[in-house]
Design a protein. Structure first.
Length: 128
């Protein structure tokens, strides 16, 4: 029971920090500045698993993402960001974009990259 207190405290602090950034406008400012300067946020994933597999994975905590969580993230990125491929000869590095640029990468070749991620990204037209 005592081990859940730090976890709850971390979740509360995280929520307070995000709320502060949002309420003060700093989150909006950071996103606009990143886009204007041509920066790219690179999100690296290890595993994306359906709930049943997520519950029984032996991957260290924090190394796997639920498939439905990834789907929600992909939907958000498709609407609010310019998701770019990094594997092309000329990635989009231009400054002055209206949306923050994000790239999705995966550090290993797990089968779930093909079975869980590929359909989600294909449906939303996201490169990875």
């Amino acid at each position: 029971m005592t081990s859940s207190i730090p976890k709850k405290a971390r979740a509360l602090v995280r929520w307070l920090w995000i709320s502060f950034l949002y309420a003060t406008g700093l989150l909006w400012w950071a996103k606009r500045r990143l886009a204007a300067q041509g920066g790219i946020v690179v999100l690296t994933f290890h595993r994306v698993l359906p709930d049943a597999e997520f519950a029984r994975t032996n991957s260290p905590k924090g190394m796997a993402v639920r498939q439905r969580t990834f789907a929600c993230l992909a939907e958000h990125l498709a609407r609010h960001c310019a998701v770019i491929p990094l594997g092309e000869d000329d990635p989009v590095w231009a400054r002055g974009a209206s949306k923050p640029r994000v790239a999705l990468t995966f550090d290993d070749g797990w089968a779930d990259n093909a079975t869980a991620v590929f359909p989600i990204n294909r449906q939303r037209g996201l490169p990875w």
